[in-house]
Ligand binder design. Structure first.
Ligand code: GRF
Length: 202
């Protein structure tokens, strides 16, 4: 089993989807072993506690710098033997130093069909506001590997979601989460775990 860490900052509905997928056997090649939040008031921490998953808060502010923050996260990952990192609504940028350390071992879910509405500044509701402003008829979500370029790593899975006439950014955000993010993040996690197991076996 691949030891998985989930990094979060907020409500943690994607974390919940991962926990549920693990309980249902959709994720069977890995085990969620650690949840790290950069925010002490993230509801995602409650979800981890309720599921009996070890959880930690590592605050960038308290660490003092990006470098020290990344070192603290890496230490926690190493201490817990983590082999795969899943970013699930994690609102911190990771530098090349971090992404190189875990090359092909960090995945992220982004609420659009990359390469649309992604990159620096495209997070949260902003993504859906832009999709509606542009008048696209289809949007969706993407799970991709994480490298030093924001939303720039290799795509693993995508799922399309239709835009409806009376959509607001909030309504669209919810539909994209329900129909796409919560579906493809667990699936991609299992795919990458399987791949890592294969690699280990050589
Ligand atoms: C999701 O839309 C995710 O794609 C984005 O932030 C949101 C996180 O939601 N990066 P949650 O914390 O998983 O509920």
């Amino acid at each position: 089993m691949i030891k998985i860490a989930v990094l979060v900052s907020g409500g943690g509905t994607n974390l919940q989807a991962l926990i549920d997928a693990q309980n249902k056997g959709v994720i069977k090649s890995g085990v969620i072993s650690l949840v790290i939040s950069n925010k002490s008031d993230a509801y995602a921490l409650e979800r981890a506690k309720n599921a009996g998953i070890k959880n930690l808060v590592i605050s960038k502010k308290e660490c003092g710098s990006q470098d020290e923050f990344e070192s603290a996260v890496i230490n926690a990952l190493q201490e817990n033997g983590i082999e795969l990192i899943v970013l699930a609504g994690f609102m911190c940028i990771l530098t090349k130093r971090f992404t190189d350390e875990y090359k092909d071992r960090i995945i992220n879910v982004h609420p659009s069909l990359i390469p649309s509405f992604c990159g620096k500044g495209f997070y949260g509701l902003k993504v859906h506001e832009e999709a509606l402003r542009c008048g696209v008829k289809v949007t969706g979500a993407t799970v991709h590997y994480v490298n030093e370029i924001a939303d720039g790593g290799k795509i693993i899975l995508q799922k399309a979601v239709k835009i409806r006439k009376n959509d607001t950014p909030e309504i669209l955000q919810k539909r994209v989460m329900k129909q796409a993010e919560w579906v493809i993040l667990p699936k991609a996690t299992e795919l990458v775990c399987k791949k890592l197991i294969k690699q280990k076996r050589g």
